[in-house]
Write a protein that binds this ligand. Structure first.
Ligand SMILES: [Fe+2]
Length: 453
């Protein structure tokens, strides 16, 4: 029951463009300003929470809304269609009077799916973490079935598997209440191998993964499963008693060689990238000072910053430097260099009290940041880098974002030339509706459906 001494009428994560849209949309032949590159033939997908019915603002958590996927199909320089569809889960099916989707997990692993995508073996999966199974989507974004990777997944999955381009497999860390943190790989046929089960009885929130040529990086930070203290649907909270540490686990999952290093007291959802540098490991993170401490309804503990953690295996010490003081989140790179030395990162601005706006391109070699301001009242979230075919440089490609235009109360898809980041967009496509602030996206080229991050 809600605590009657606390306000129940406000929840930032239901206000403005966080508010859900009330219906699915299908529309064709969208207006374009500029020129969509011919090479961009495929779909630009985005996913986020979109509660089916107005939730109780006191107990609603941003992570707890039914998922909605958005997709823009580009071909031949045209924007052929835009669609939005609920990701069908058991609650959503009941609320909308729809048939539940088939597949494994009914009853215990069929919760909401609202966080990210994965493409493997020609299938596009919508993902969530902390126990539920992915939902496979068809080309036009309809939910088909739950997936447990042909029966090879032993528990829940994660929202952040990451393709290791050096090996052509995904690497992932999964977590759920009262279970170990599992280190998994997913091969190109979509079959899971569980390589390690890391016993962490305090059940930390482990959202993302990053890897180097030798190691998986495991975060054990002070946000832990505390259902007795939670007043929202997301029971992971700041834990004053828990220390911060970072683990380096060999890629083969040999737990006897897992090394832990003391880390700054903070919380990290996302990595930018990591790589080996002789005896050091460079780990670039978006660092929040705390999480789910003063605000249980969503991510709102001040501005996060881009930080570099240098882990020295010889001295067994971790040192931190700040790469970007301006608030930022949703870090992305050219995925072709995951786990390797790299120069460029892309983030969305995230200021105090969850103020979004421009996007940023970080040149980590030169220590400079370029900013793309989309204009007054125009607000971007995750910038997705799409590499040009036969790219001549790491940043030879485009940066795609869904951008909310508050004056139009609708969203655009904006395509930037990554090498002219602060210049005028290459193309802007007007959508007839807004895309609520959400989480992650991906570009799925038609020639390689499934090969997404
Ligand atoms: Fe994420």
């Amino acid at each position: 029951m809600p605590d009657p001494t606390l306000p129940t009428h406000t929840n930032l994560f239901l206000a403005g463009n966080f508010a859900p849209i009330e219906q699915e949309t299908t529309t064709f032949d969208l207006p374009i300003h500029g020129k969509v590159p011919d090479e961009l033939e495929g779909r630009f997908l985005r996913i986020g929470p979109n509660p089916v019915k107005t939730p109780d603002p006191y107990s609603y958590h941003w992570f707890g809304g039914t998922g909605m996927v958005h997709g823009l199909r580009l071909r031949g320089g045209q924007a052929e269609w835009y669609r939005s569809r609920y990701v069908v889960d058991s609650h959503e099916a009941k609320a909308l009077g729809r048939d539940p989707i088939p597949g494994p997990g009914a009853g215990d692993r069929d919760g909401i799916v609202n966080t990210n995508f994965m493409g493997v073996d020609g299938h596009t999966l919508a993902l969530v973490e902390a126990g539920s199974l992915p939902v496979e989507l068809d080309y036009e974004l309809e939910s088909i079935a739950r997936s447990d990777f042909q029966g090879t997944l032993e528990a829940g999955f994660t929202a952040h598997p990451k393709l290791d381009p050096s090996f052509g497999i995904y690497r992932a860390l999964t977590y759920e209440p009262n279970g170990p943190v599992r280190y998994l790989t997913v091969d190109q046929a979509g079959r899971v191998s569980t390589l390690a089960r890391i016993d962490l009885p305090h059940s930390p929130l482990v959202h993302d993964v990053t890897f180097t040529a030798t190691s998986i990086v495991v975060l054990d930070l002070p946000v832990t499963f505390q259902p007795q203290a939670a007043h929202t649907s997301f029971p992971w909270l700041w834990n004053e008693k828990q220390a911060s540490r970072v683990g380096l686990l060999p890629l083969d999952g040999d737990l006897s060689k897992l090394q832990w290093f003391d880390a700054p007291r903070c919380f990290v959802f996302h990595f930018l990238n990591s790589y080996d540098d002789d005896e050091r490991v460079i780990v670039d993170v978006v660092r929040h000072d705390r999480m789910f401490a003063s605000n249980q309804q969503g991510v709102n503990e001040g501005k996060p910053v881009l930080a570099r953690w240098t882990i020295d295996r010889r001295t067994k010490r971790l040192t931190e430097s700040i790469l970007e003081e301006r608030g930022c989140e949703f870090p992305r790179i050219n995925d072709a260099i995951g786990g390797q030395y790299y120069r460029f990162g892309y983030t969305a601005h995230w200021g105090e009290n969850v103020q979004f706006g421009p996007s940023m391109k970080h040149d980590l070699e030169r220590g400079i940041t370029e900013v793309h301001d989309y204009g007054v009242g125009r607000i971007a979230l995750e910038p997705i880098f799409v590499q040009r075919q036969n790219a001549a440089a790491e940043d030879d490609g485009w940066v795609l974002s869904y951008v909310y235009d508050s004056e139009r109360n609708a969203s655009d898809v904006v395509i930037l030339d990554a090498r002219d980041f602060s210049g005028n967009p290459v193309a802007t496509i007007n959508l007839p509706v807004r895309v609520p602030y959400g989480f992650h996206g991906c570009w799925v080229p038609d020639v390689a459906v499934g090969e997404v991050r």
